[in-house]
Design a protein around this ligand. Structure first.
Ligand code: AMP
Ligand code: ZN
Length: 471
């Protein structure tokens, strides 16, 4: 398999360090709020990668942290503490919201068919690990104390910037624009490993340390949790592209300084999901969550399908119109599969099976090209092969794609069998919506759609026209 490695800026053949085994680390969510569907795009694509590696026979161990302490709004060492902000917003304790949003995250994952990683470790469970590694970094001369905090000294590295040709002078304070300078830092890019001087008077979570009572920085969490469960060598590290700098850059700095050798070989970064107005946000505009999509009548697996239609290294624009197109495409696929389920099965034709399976593997072997893999699904739908052959292939593909191809088809069959008439009220709203669309009054059409979905019905636009059925 070939994967694009952000660290080398090349597509490289994936060869894990230990034959047959893959160690994989994923930056987990910061559990101060629900995940938005942009966050979940990253987790969906990472899930496909993990599943494909398993599909090809690797024994994968995947670890994910839960960030429940240390993540500030700037991603660096400034701004508000995200967890504290969440706790204040909801008038709860930090641990209460951490638990609530961790559970909510895994609920979303379940709906999106995202497998739970083998190990999930909250940062607050690993304080001793962080302290041990920070002590060692101080001993090795890679970290220093200033103004009460412990900083990583980036000037001690041969190369600090890994993922881009960042020049230090181009980076305001080494982090983000509009951020005040921390006078304790020896170098602009230095970052905090352990805070004792909290600027948050009401910092709830604090632990004793050799440097005083305080709390860890965000970056040290991922290095330590990965090393704790996956050892000194990591095959693949994943995350959204925003994490490449400063988070992953800092992870590499401290892990390699601590270990004294290369730590992680392949860096898998997912480009962002954006809206038409730009960056996805939890605080402004519509807060796009899985539950919101569900409340509008969308099946979460259709959102997963929507993500898979694009390559993970391209940014993707979310709009309801784009999602509606995905609904149409998805339903076309599942209704076609429904005809295979109903029809005569025949025997599995091995030649045809092998040919299409090879095409599927080739697509994913080429830097996880999921959009091409979906094209191969269409080849199967059109193939001159027995239903048994097609269904066997689709069942296997779905082990990786996870879009409920067979289950979706079964659901389509059930709906067909029910053959329910629409209640008059829904039919009336549908007629009004059709009129509004004809008149290009999309605001009214959307309003009517919301009414219809609130009544428990889904609207699908197909080539044959609008289909409305029970959700
Ligand atoms: P966070 O909960 O902020 O720590 O982020 C969780 C994951 O979502 C990280 O891997 C981020 O890089 C990723 N992420 C954040 N925003 C987006 C986005 N708009 N599209 C895709 N991934 C994102
Ligand atoms: Zn991380």
């Amino acid at each position: 398999m070939y994967l694009y490695n952000t660290a080398t800026r090349k597509k490289e053949e994936f060869i894990p360090r230990f034959e047959g085994k893959v160690s994989m680390y994923t930056c987990g969510p910061t559990v101060y709020h629900y995940a938005h569907i942009g966050n979940l795009r990253s987790y969906i694509m990472e899930d496909v990668l993990e599943k494909y590696l398993r599909f090809t026979g690797y024994d994968v161990k995947r670890v994910m942290n839960i960030t429940d302490v240390g993540h500030l709004t700037s991603d660096g060492d400034t701004g508000d503490d995200k967890m504290l902000k969440g706790a204040k917003r909801e008038k709860k304790t930090v641990m209460e919201i951490a638990q609530f949003y961790t559970d909510a995250f895994f609920e979303d994952c379940k709906k999106l068919n995202i497998k739970r990683p083998d190990v999930v470790e909250p940062a607050t469970q690993c304080i001793d690990e962080f302290i041990r590694v920070i002590e060692s970094l101080i001993e090795k001369g890679f970290a220093y104390e200033a103004g009460g905090n412990i900083y990583f000294d980036t000037s001690k590295l041969k190369q600090y910037y890994i993922f881009n040709d960042f020049k230090e002078e181009d980076l305001a304070v080494g982090v983000r624009e509009g951020v005040e300078e921390d006078g304790n830092k020896k170098n602009k890019a230095d970052f905090v490993l352990w805070f004792t001087k909290s600027k948050f008077d009401d910092q709830e979570l604090k632990w004793d340390s050799p440097w005083g009572i305080g709390y860890p920085g965000w970056h040290i969490e991922c290095s330590c949790i990965s090393m704790k469960h996956l050892g000194e060598y990591l095959d693949i590290h994943c995350g959204g592209i925003d994490n490449a700098f400063p988070h992953h850059t800092n992870e590499i700095a401290q892990s390699e300084a601590y270990l004294g050798h290369e730590w992680c070989k392949y860096w898998f970064h997912i480009l962002h999901l954006n809206t038409n107005s730009g960056k996805m946000s939890k605080s402004s505009g519509e807060f796009l969550t899985v539950s919101l999509l569900e409340s509008k009548g969308y099946d979460p697996l259709v959102y997963r399908f929507f993500c898979l239609q694009s390559h993970y290294r391209k940014s993707l624009v979310f709009s309801y119109e784009n999602l509606d197109n995905a609904v149409v495409a998805y339903n076309k696929i599942t209704s076609k599969i429904a005809t295979f389920l109903k029809g005569e099965q025949g025997e599995i034709e091995q030649d045809k099976y092998d040919e299409l399976m090879t095409a599927f593997r080739e697509a994913l072997n080429n830097d996880l090209n999921t959009s091409l893999a979906i094209t191969v699904v269409h080849y199967v739908l059109k193939a001159d092969a027995s239903n048994a052959t097609k269904l066997a292939l689709l069942k296997e593909f779905d082990k990786v794609l996870g879009i409920g191809l067979i289950e979706g088809a079964q659901k389509a069959l059930e709906n067909e069998d029910k053959g329910e008439e629409l209640p008059a009220e829904v039919a009336e709203l549908a007629a009004q919506r059709a009129e509004a669309r004809k008149a290009k009054n999309f605001a009214l059409a959307d309003e009517l759609r919301d009414k219809i979905t609130a009544m428990g019905y889904i609207i699908e636009e197909t080539r044959q026209g609008t289909i409305i059925k029970k959700a």
